[in-house]
Design a protein around this ligand. Structure first.
Ligand code: 5RP
Length: 230
């Protein structure tokens, strides 16, 4: 089965959790975009929802397809967020931020009563870290922040390249105006310890470890879709 079809399958099952009147956090990435397309069809058929997008990219797609939007300022409490992930471990801790939207994604997920992650089975791992961990950093003091991140990781027995994410020959800039360091630390046995260590660094705006935010994961494979509860 092709990769896009798996994303559509997961998105379709997630859509079954959406009810009339819901305030929805809407994720970023190719899987979340399949969800937006299916959601737009339902909206065209009369479903009444209000979406809060997690990126300008998602906002643009929602506008194009006619999904009604709000902002987190206007709608600070959400019923459900549906988003993709780069890696998912058995406790439903995630690595996110492959699409560069991790800060808004985390703020929106934290403002939601429930978060559903949609993905194909390739995203399931025993231990997070094969996918480089995105770390959103302030532009000011980039080199100092990079050194602090490397030292914090070393204290936890982690090491590996920190790569400034680029778009062509320019640093990638997030919707919040920050840069992203992709940290190839390898497997991360203690995600909480790394999360706390990164949060203690002033230049770190946020990181892509999502701990305790996921209510359920909707996982599509060639043999069907399974829902894993946290
Ligand atoms: C964006 C994200 C995405 O949800 C994540 O990268 C997965 O994307 P895709 O569905 O395209 O594999 O975290 O910041």
């Amino acid at each position: 089965m092709d990769a896009r079809q798996l994303k559509i399958d997961a998105a379709r099952v997630a859509l079954g959790h959406v009810a009339d009147g819901m305030r929805l956090g809407i994720g970023t990435g190719s899987t979340a975009e399949e969800f937006v397309r299916l959601l737009a069809e339902k909206v065209a058929g009369g479903l009444d929802v209000l979406g809060v997008p997690t990126s300008e990219r998602t906002a643009a797609l929602c506008r194009e397809l006619g999904v009604p939007l709000s902002t987190l300022e206007e709608t600070p409490e959400l019923d459900l967020t549906i988003d993709g992930a780069d890696e998912i471990d058995p406790a439903l801790t995630l690595i996110k931020g492959g699409g560069g939207a991790l800060l808004r994604e985390k703020i929106v997920a934290a403002a939601s009563k429930r978060m559903l992650v949609i993905a194909d089975r390739s995203k399931l791992v025993d231990t997070l870290g094969r996918f480089p961990l995105p770390i959103e950093v302030n532009r000011f003091g980039l080199r100092a922040t990079e050194i602090a991140v490397a030292e914090a990781a070393k204290r936890l027995g982690l090491s590996g390249p920190l790569t400034l994410r680029m778009t062509g020959d320019q640093p990638f800039v997030t919707d919040g105006g920050h840069f992203i360091l992709d940290a190839s630390f390898g497997l991360i046995p203690d995600t909480r310890a790394l999360s706390d260590a990164l949060h203690a660094i002033p230049g770190v705006v946020e990181h892509g470890l999502f701990i305790g935010l996921t209510s359920a994961a909707v996982i599509a494979g060639g043999d069907g879709v399974e829902t894993i509860l946290a």
